[in-house]
Ligand binder design. Structure first.
Ligand code: C2E
Ligand code: CA
Ligand code: CA
Ligand code: CA
Length: 286
């Protein structure tokens, strides 16, 4: 038993080493990958729960790695965040997404009932606090002609915890321009509901864990109460509520009943190529 324990340890060590080596290798490869254009974006539609029409799409970055195949953002965003490469990478994601959104709009002006298609872009904490954020965003909007109201920046609650008014200034400036700010993964960290009043956000994105608990029906009554509470608080503050990770029609029905506004998840569509958003919105328009 003793030696088995020892082996297990060795095995765990070897695994940890391998992971560290990969992490190291991926981290080093990031700058060249950006230069070589190895990153690409998949878009996942956001739909109105009321009638299922397309509201917009969230941009989700992927890395087409020459050796490891397609890597999801969880594998490299933390590394890019750690080294600061997230700033140029995030700038590329935003630029590409804004350009894409504008292309959809030009192809189908007013494709959805709620107005032109919108684009959601994730911002990591380093990007959020990078001094170039506002100028970069303004420049991209002007260059492409996308209206600020068609852009939604998703920031996590944890990135804003403890941020004082100075740190929130860039976000506030963007919000004043008409850019939507969404609080991503809401309800996971230490949610400070009173804090919401202070933040320039217009959308709450309920974390997938809430959606998951609506999977087995009847759903956990406590979770139902929590979602009900969040929705009513959000609406009283004029915030829209988006739910993510909707995988079944039953979940969609339950969340719609609870008053959530928009939804995203495999039930509607997996993240995919930009043309798909295009054709989904087109179906809507006819
Ligand atoms: P997120 O912002 O919470 O994005 C939602 C994640 O849930 C995505 O994972 C999406 O593919 C996945 N998802 C969507 N629908 C469903 C569903 O019905 N069921 C399940 N189980 N999952 C679903 P993904 O693409 O792997 O992205 C992971 C995270 O990486 C994102 O979480 C976001 O925090 C981050 N990320 C993605 N793109 C970017 C980016 O351009 N910049 C930054 N800073 N972060 C990004
Ligand atoms: Ca997000
Ligand atoms: Ca999320
Ligand atoms: Ca998440």
């Amino acid at each position: 038993a003793k030696s088995a324990g020892g082996n297990r340890f060795q095995f765990a060590d070897a695994e940890a080493d391998a992971r560290a080596i990969t992490r190291h290798g991926l981290t080093n490869a990031l700058p060249a990958a950006l230069e070589r254009g190895e990153f690409f974006i998949e878009y996942q539609p956001l739909v109105h729960l009321g009638d299922g029409s397309v509201h917009g799409a969230e941009a989700l970055v992927r890395w087409s790695h020459p050796q490891h195949g397609v890597l999801g953002p969880d594998r490299f965003i933390p590394l890019a965040e750690h080294t600061g490469l997230i700033v140029p990478l995030g700038r590329w994601v935003m630029q590409e997404s804004v350009r894409q959104a504008r292309a959809w709009q030009e192809a189908h002006p007013g494709a959805t009932d709620g107005g032109p298609l919108r684009i959601n872009v994730n911002l990591s904490p380093t990007q959020l606090y990078h001094p170039g954020l506002v100028a970069d965003t303004v420049e991209m909007l002007e260059r492409t002609g996308l209206s600020p109201g068609a852009l939604c920046l998703e920031v996590t609650e944890s990135a804003l915890i403890g941020a004082d008014d100075d740190l929130l200034k860039p976000l506030r400036q963007l919000a004043e321009m008409g850019v939507d700010i969404a609080l991503d993964d809401f309800g996971t960290g230490y949610s400070n509901l009173a804090n919401l009043r202070r933040l320039p956000v217009s959308v709450l994105k309920l974390d997938r864990s809430f959606t998951q608990s609506m999977q087995q029906l009847p759903a956990d009554p406590v979770d139902i109460k929590i979602v009900e509470g969040i929705v009513s608080l959000a609406h009283s503050l004029s915030l829209a509520v988006t739910v993510e990770g909707v995988e079944t029609g039953a979940q969609a029905e339950q969340l719609k009943e609870l008053g959530c506004d928009t939804a995203q998840g495999w039930y509607y569509a997996r993240p995919g190529a930009p043309d798909r958003i295009h054709s989904l919105a087109l179906v809507d328009a006819v």
